[in-house]
Design a protein around this ligand. Structure first.
Ligand SMILES: NC(=O)c1ccc[n+]([C@@H]2O[C@H](COP(=O)([O-])OP(=O)(O)OC[C@H]3O[C@@H](n4cnc5c(N)ncnc54)[C@H](OP(=O)(O)O)[C@@H]3O)[C@@H](O)[C@H]2O)c1
Length: 335
């Protein structure tokens, strides 16, 4: 299950993605923010050259896989990933997603019909400048009644050699069970962080019992768990940064989250680490997890966070964190 990859002379721990032949570094690079500004779910302005440096730096550090999606920046994130890896002899593992389409005004819709998926895969291959997509994921199970059609189409695309493996994202156990008979599901991509723990209820167990890979997103809860946010920074987020609308960045959660981060800081510092590294190491403590997808928009950010892939938290620190999370839940009257 656990082994090491030697990429660009850097050794990084890898874990096997479920039953597939892919070995993923425990940190994957997330490229949502790299999609750039000016669309409904943007993270504010982003310099493309900085994005390309970030991707190249991540690979130099030993990260061996990149997560993107057609909808990130309405195609722009995939284009940037394509540019960054174009000249590489040893290409990283590329994971992308389908099922979110947009019109000329930037309105985004869930579409999972055969024709739509087929046209999406061709567009992604072109933007990424690759001949095959290593991991193709249905981004959201929407509309729910179309998931079987999408999955059957994706199974055909595997036979046609356009996709190596296929997974799902944001699916429930019940939805995964519906599509398993059509083609075995390689992986689940799901949110997981100290502030978002719903997959602990059923999904992690199901994935483990079915030998599926699990790749987690937003382990730093979009940056609030990095220790670099203040009330002032939240107030001054760019107008088109979607985090302005995110409840984790608004009261009453904001105060409780900033308090939690201050408490986490002492645990991190005692270990000679940062809060961002602690947040990522915490999600990787679960043996069901293959890899944490960590977003970055500057080389310095991924240089800091990559270290978390090797950090095994002590039982004592895990227990202290659990108590802090309990206190936060009670302060916010959450169950
Ligand atoms: N399947 C899905 O529906 C889904 C949903 C969400 C995400 N994802 C995937 O998962 C990836 C990761 O999730 P995420 O990007 O939402 O959240 P994340 O990894 O928790 O946070 C990433 C953000 O935190 C900030 N950051 C990163 N490193 C930092 C550092 N060292 N110091 C300070 N700030 C730092 C950056 O934003 P600032 O610098 O602007 O603060 C960065 O964009 C995404 O990029 C995407 O590939 C998938």
């Amino acid at each position: 299950m656990f082994s090491c990859s030697n990429i660009n002379e850097k050794i990084m721990q890898t874990r096997k993605l479920g039953w597939t032949g892919l070995n993923l570094s425990t940190i994957g690079l997330g490229t949502w923010a790299i999609g750039g500004g000016g669309w409904k779910f943007s993270w504010g302005p982003q310099d493309d050259r900085e994005s390309i440096s970030t991707i190249q730096h991540a690979l130099e550090l030993g990260i061996n896989w990149i997560d993107t999606a057609a909808v990130y920046g309405l195609g722009h994130s995939e284009e940037i990933v394509g540019k960054a890896i174009k000249r590489l002899r040893d290409k990283p593992i590329i994971a992308t997603k389908c099922g979110r389409v947009w019109d000329k005004d930037g309105n985004i819709f869930g579409r999972l019909r055969k024709k739509s998926i087929r046209s999406e895969v061709e567009a992604s291959l072109k933007r990424l400048k690759v001949e095959i997509i290593d991991l193709y994921q249905i981004h959201w199970p929407e509309p729910d009644e179309e998931i079987e059609e999408a999955w059957a189409t994706i199974a055909d695309l595997i036979k046609e050699g356009k996709i190596r493996y296929a997974g799902v994202s944001n699916f429930s156990v019940e939805q995964i069970k519906r599509i398993q008979p059509i083609h075995p599901v390689a992986s689940l991509q799901a949110p997981y962080s100290m502030l978002e723990r719903r997959i602990e209820e059923k999904l992690l167990k199901y994935c483990s019992e079915n030998n599926m890979g699990v790749v987690l997103y937003s382990p730093m809860q979009k940056g609030i768990l990095t220790g670099k946010f203040t009330r002032e920074r939240v107030r001054n987020l760019p107008k088109d940064d979607h985090r302005r609308r995110d409840p984790h960045f608004q009261e009453p959660e904001l105060s409780a989250n900033l308090k939690l981060v201050e408490d986490l800081r002492s645990i991190a510092e005692k270990n000679g680490k940062t809060v961002a590294q602690l947040a990522i190491a915490w999600v990787l403590r679960r043996p069901e997890v293959t890899s944490a997808i960590v977003g970055a928009r500057h080389p310095s950010q991924i240089r800091e966070t990559v270290v978390a892939g090797e950090w095994v938290l002590s039982k004592k620190d895990i227990a202290t964190i659990e108590a802090l999370l309990d206190r936060r839940r009670k302060a916010l009257n959450l169950s």
